[in-house]
Ligand binder design. Structure first.
Ligand SMILES: Nc1ncnc2c1ncn2[C@@H]1O[C@H](COP(=O)(O)OP(=O)(O)OP(=O)(O)O)[C@@H](O)[C@H]1O
Ligand SMILES: O=P(O)(O)O[C@@H]1[C@H](O)[C@H](O)[C@@H](OP(=O)(O)O)[C@H](OP(=O)(O)O)[C@H]1O
Length: 683
């Protein structure tokens, strides 16, 4: 108790399907989804100039039947089907943190956190917070109240990261994650592409998700603000459709935890309806841009942030030999509050000034970019806040997506995660299952085809933890694959979303030319990020930290100095020496195994993270995750992962980063009396 409405913020999508654990009477609240003014599919598609180069990869993805060539929308590339992106819809903003639930059920916006918990969904709260990252950035929406209250650190202006991209229309929206798996494992894939990635950038705003305190109590009656919503939002009984994830197809529900995904009790809501207040958040709607396009014919301005970048691990940047399926849409760059698709859904549902005005008068539709001409994207998003009024909901395990592209994950059965299919990652995980690194990566279980989307099935590493604290550290001294650089040279594709993200962190960062173009090349942006953070100086960077108390911080873009890193680590472990020691031990073991691993020796490992997880019981571990940009080397080549990178040597600095990480963790341990004695003697 004692929480404000803001504590319990949800995106509309995330609310649906959430199962809530109540202390007493089980009850279920289902809210039918709003379906108003669905955004034309044309706005949910983006163009991909590299598509013609990755067509062979695309067959592994299915296209939504409803998507047509016209759907590509306007733009120089749109008319050409060959340049339209179609593979991996749903690369969503990265700089958001998502409470599991939100992301889990990205497709339908429903929570699902049954992994390892007997089907109890306890993920609770998810909110995306957009704030101006650059001090004084005009018009940027600030939702500090929600953020801070919900436990997410409120970074100071200028320090906070920008999260330029908005969630592209989640194609996962079309995936009724709900029903039991009638999906099938596939050896072959769809014949089309997922073309929905759309949307994108919302460069002006920084996105931070509020992570719900795991022990928060939710009480309340259900209140829906806005006449229109009142008219459309109805309380419904659940139906069989939510067997697997507690979500009804086309409905959002709040469930009692006792309602396992296997056999959800069908009963009407017995008591006070939780208060549900719907407000909205900005997310990209297309505003009229007055920005002049670059005239340089060798480059193209990526108007749609979600457009696949040629150097994205989405696959366009993949080596021809690898033939990876594009994994992500370039929309992202902000930490994905996993509920990206939720947002997408929200956008569809609530786009409309009528609703906007009644819901959140303090927020503008278009943030910083409005009217300026330089910032052409903004988006209307919906947020749902649960007000603690009537019943208590205490989550035990809420899956959290701390970093990465939103919309990439959904829930699997039995403590497993479904991550949007990426052939590169599939191949790595398959090999890793046979490598000495096997204990240090999530278990991999193959590919699942679910509706129109393929997923890699892997272990949810949070399953065995109770209210876990999580940290994502992106490893290596660079974040662009060499092949990405090559592709980028071939097609100088300007990224407006990255430009927007850049200026929101540091308005002085772009060159005059970039300013004139209102866009930057991806490698240039990536390098800027590397040097702004500790990637270039320490060989790793912190992407996000979510603590067991629910607080969440994804504002580490400027965390560069060792002292800053130490401070963040100290905060993460809360001064618990035992946990520190456990992490150190695990890191040392991992380093030792990495040095022996055939897989590691023969792969360029870029953009991969170490996921640190511990809980109050003292359990702590570290795993390697994200192999979307881990590519095999030519047969005769190996890496030591410590040699400084020069273009062509493929070195990634992974072990150099491990060395620094281990050194920092070691230095944080208190000196024991024995150490002191030893030092005295030595002195
Ligand atoms: N196996 C897992 N178990 C638990 N959580 C996971 C797992 N894999 C990923 N996550 C969560 O999802 C986040 C993003 O994961 P990941 O890096 O794989 O996504 P991504 O979209 O590929 O990222 P990027 O955009 O950096 O390539 C992680 O920070 C972590 O919070
Ligand atoms: O962290 P930020 O500042 O948001 O920037 C993103 C980050 O560098 C990601 O690693 C990158 O994805 P990949 O590693 O998959 O390339 C993404 O590129 P993208 O927008 O092309 O996906 C960037 O936008």
């Amino acid at each position: 108790m004692g929480q404000t409405r803001s504590d319990l913020s949800h995106s509309t999508a995330t609310t649906g399907g959430a199962k809530w654990k109540s202390s007493d009477t089980p009850h279920r609240l289902s809210i039918s989804r709003f379906r108003s003014k669905r955004k034309p599919r044309s706005e949910q598609l983006s163009r991909n100039p590299m598509r013609n180069k990755v067509l062979s990869c695309l067959g592994r993805r299915k296209r939504y039947p409803s998507q047509t060539e016209e759907d590509s929308g306007p733009g120089t590339e749109a008319a050409d089907p060959a340049v339209r992106r179609g593979h991996r819809a749903g690369k969503l903003p990265r700089d958001e943190a998502a409470s599991a639930s939100g992301e889990y059920r990205a497709a339908t916006g429903c929570f699902e956190a049954s992994s390892g918990l007997g089907g109890h969904v306890e993920a609770v709260q998810l909110a995306v917070n957009r704030e101006a990252t650059a001090a004084g950035a005009p018009g940027l929406e600030t939702r500090s109240g929600e953020t801070s209250v919900s436990g997410c650190e409120e970074p100071s202006p200028g320090v906070r990261e920008n999260h330029a991209s908005d969630p592209p229309a989640g194609d996962m929206e079309h995936q009724p994650v709900g029903g039991s798996y009638e999906n099938r494992f596939v050896s072959g894939f769809g014949t089309g592409l997922s073309l929905n990635p759309l949307l994108t950038s919302d460069p002006d705003a920084e996105r931070t998700s509020t992570c719900s305190p795991p022990d928060q109590h939710l009480c309340g009656g259900l209140t829906i603000l806005g006449d229109r919503m009142k008219g459309e939002m109805t309380k419904t009984e659940s139906s069989a459709g939510d067997q697997n994830n507690g979500c009804l197809d086309g409905s959002e529900s709040v469930k009692h935890p006792e309602q396992t995904s296997q056999s959800p009790p069908r009963q009407s809501f017995p008591g006070t309806i939780p208060k549900l207040i719907i407000t909205r958040d900005t997310s990209p709607i297309r505003c009229q841009s007055t920005t002049a396009l670059p005239t340089d014919q060798t480059s193209c301005l990526d108007l749609q942030a979600e457009d696949e970048s040629p150097c994205s691990d989405s696959g366009c940047g993949g080596s021809p030999a690898l033939m990876r399926t594009p994994r992500k849409l370039s929309t992202s760059s902000s930490i994905g509050l996993s509920s990206a698709s939720s947002f997408e859904e929200s956008e569809d549902d609530f786009t409309g000034s009528d609703i906007e005005s009644s819901l959140s008068p303090t927020r503008s539709l278009c943030s910083a970019g409005d009217g300026s001409g330089s910032k052409s994207w903004s988006k209307l998003k919906s947020m749902v806040h649960f007000s603690p009024l009537a019943f208590t909901l205490k989550p035990r395990h809420s899956w959290v997506q701390l970093a990465g592209h939103t919309g990439s994950f959904t829930a699997g059965d039995g403590g497993r995660l479904l991550k949007r299919y990426c052939e590169c990652e599939q191949q790595c995980l398959e090999q890793l299952m046979k490598d000495v690194l096997r204990p240090y990566v999530p278990g991999y279980y193959g590919v699942l085809q679910k509706d129109e989307q393929d997923f890699n099935i892997m272990d949810d590493l949070l399953t065995d933890f109770d209210m876990p604290s999580i940290m994502d550290c992106k490893m290596g001294s660079r974040t662009c694959l060499e092949e990405e650089l090559i592709k980028a040279k071939e097609c100088q594709r300007l990224r407006r979303d990255m430009y927007e993200k850049m200026i929101s962190v540091d308005p002085a960062a772009p060159t005059e030319e970039e300013r004139a173009q209102q866009g930057v090349l991806k490698p240039r942006y990536m390098r800027w990020r590397e040097t702004l953070s500790s990637t270039a100086t320490l060989g790793f960077r912190i992407e996000g930290i979510k603590k067991g108390d629910g607080s969440c911080n994804t504002s580490f873009k400027k965390t560069k100095q060792r002292e800053q890193v130490v401070k963040a680590f100290e905060d993460f472990v809360d001064g618990n020496v035992q946990i520190l020691k456990s992490y150190l031990k695990r890191l040392e073991e991992l380093r030792s195994v990495l040095e022996k691993s055939d897989f590691f020796r023969t792969h360029e490992v870029v953009g991969s993270s170490l996921l640190f997880v511990h809980d109050a019981s003292g359990k702590a571990s570290v795993w390697m995750i994200d192999f979307g940009k881990t590519v095999p080397l030519p047969p005769s080549m190996t890496l030591d992962h410590r040699t400084p990178w020069v273009e062509g040597n493929r070195e990634d600095g992974y072990l150099w980063g491990m060395d620094n990480l281990i050194d920092i963790f070691g230095s944080m341990l208190p000196r024991t009396p024995c150490d002191g004695d030893q030092n005295s003697e030595e002195a």
